[in-house]
Design a protein around this ligand. Structure first.
Ligand SMILES: O=C(O)CCC(=O)C(=O)O
Length: 324
C-alpha cells in the first residue's frame, strides 16, 4: 500500500536556517513549538559516509535491536529488501555508539541541543540516543516521548513524513489510559492515515506536518504527540534531552505516583527523580530554586495581565469601561 498524495501535501511546520541559539530558545524551545532546522548537519561525516556498504563494514557483524529481536545489519537489510508487511520491523538501537564507536564519532549534537542535564547522572542516565533505520512504510505510531523530554531527529538518508499534535490535543484514533502509562492506537500507521487523517481536516487545532529529508532535523518539543512514517529507506539519529527550559517538567514527571510504570529507559525507575534532583543540586547549586522562582513569576505576571483585562472590560457589554 502506498501513501496517498493528499496525505503528503500539508507542510505546516516552521522552517529555519542559520538561526542563533538564542532565537531557537525564545521562538521554539521556550514556547514549546516544533521547528524544522535546515542546513545544520553539513559538518557531519555521517551524511557522506553512511551508505549501506559503509555501515556493514564498520558494524562488523554487531547485532542491533530490531523490535523484539536483534539482528546484524546484513540480516536486517535482507529483511528490509523483502518485507511485504504493512508495518515492517524497525531498527531502533540505543547502544549503537557503544557497539560501533565510529558511528558515534560521525555526528555531533547540533548547537541548539547542547545543554543535556541528564548528563549529570553519568552512566545512570536513561537511554537518550538511538540510530533508526527502516524501509519505506516503517515508522513510529503516535506516542509522546519518554520522561517528558524533548527530542531532535536528524535524517541522514531518506525522507520521513511527520504528523504532530500539541500536548493538549490527543490525536484522533489514539486512546491513552487515564494514568498515561499505556496508549492504544491503530496497529498500522497506514491504517491511521486511512481512517483518521481525514478527521483532522475540520479540527480547530490541526496537526503540524512536514516531510523531513536528508540533512534536516525536526525538533520535537516535550509532550507533543507524534507519528512518523518513512517514505523511502531512511537512516536517522535521534536524541532526547533535558535543558533548563524543561527541567521542572521532567522532575515533576519523574515524581508521579506511578513512576514505576511511566518512567522509561532505565532500570531504576522509582529512584530516578531523587537521583536526578540531587545530582543537579550538586552540579548546578541553586538552579532548581531559580527556575522555580522564575516559573512563579511567570504565573503571577500572567494572572496580572488577565486581571487587568477583566477590570478593563465591561462584563455585560463586552465593551471597555473607559469612556470619554
Ligand atoms: O521513526 C522516527 O524516526 C521517529 C522516532 C520517534 O518518534 C522517537 O524517537 O520518539
Amino acid at each position: 500500500m502506498e501513501m496517498r498524495p493528499e496525505w503528503l501535501h500539508r507542510d505546516t511546520i516552521e522552517r529555519r536556517r542559520g538561526m542563533s541559539v538564542e532565537q531557537f530558545v525564545s521562538e521554539f524551545e521556550e514556547p514549546n513549538r516544533p521547528v524544522l532546522l535546515e542546513g545544520c548537519l553539513e559538518s557531519w561525516p555521517a551524511l557522506q559516509k553512511w551508505t549501506r556498504k559503509h555501515l556493514l563494514n564498520v558494524s562488523d557483524g554487531q547485532k542491533f535491536a530490531v523490535g523484539p529481536v536483534s539482528m546484524t545489519l546484513d540480516g536486517y537489510f535482507q529483511y528490509a529488501d523483502n518485507v511485504q508487511e504493512e508495518r515492517p520491523l524497525y531498527l531502533f538501537d540505543a547502544k549503537f555508539t557503544e557497539k560501533v564507536p565510529e558511528m558515534g564519532r560521525d555526528y555531533e549534537v547540533p548547537v541548539y541541543f547542547r545543554e543535556d542535564l541528564f548528563g549529570v547522572l553519568g552512566e545512570e542516565r536513561p537511554d537518550h540516543r538511538w540510530v533508526i533505520i527502516g524501509p519505506a512504510g516503517s515508522g513510529s505510531s503516535f506516542h509522546v516521548d519518554p520522561n517528558s523530554t524533548s527530542a531532535w531527529n536528524a535524517v541522514i538518508k531518506g525522507a520521513k513524513k511527520w504528523v504532530m499534535f500539541p500536548p493538549e490535543v490527543v490525536p484522533p484514533g489514539v486512546h491513552p489510559s487515564a494514568d498515561g502509562a499505556e496508549v492504544t492506537s491503530p496497529v498500522s500507521i497506514m491504517e491511521w492515515f486511512m481512517n483518521f487523517y481525514g478527521a483532522c481536516k475540520n479540527w480547530e487545532k490541526r496537526p503540524v506536518e512536514c516531510i523531513c529529508r536528508t540533512g534536516e532535523i525536526v525538533f520535537v518539543p516535550n509532550g507533543w504527540w507524534h507519528l512518523v512514517i518513512n517514505l523511502e529507506e531512511s537512516i536517522a539519529i535521534t536524541q532526547n534531552y533535558v535543558s533548563r527550559r524543561n527541567l521542572l517538567n521532567v522532575l515533576d514527571f519523574l515524581k508521579r505516583p506511578n513512576a514505576s510504570e511511566l518512567v522509561s529507559g532505565t532500570t531504576d525507575r522509582v529512584n530516578l527523580h531523587d537521583k536526578f534532583r540531587n545530582a543537579i543540586d550538586k552540579t548546578y547549586p541553586g538552579m532548581i530554586k531559580q527556575l522555580e522562582l522564575e516559573a512563579q513569576q511567570k504565573v503571577a505576571a500572567r494572572k496580572k495581565k488577565v486581571s487587568f483585562w477583566e477590570s478593563a472590560v465591561d462584563a455585560k457589554t463586552g465593551g471597555f469601561k473607559f469612556s470619554f
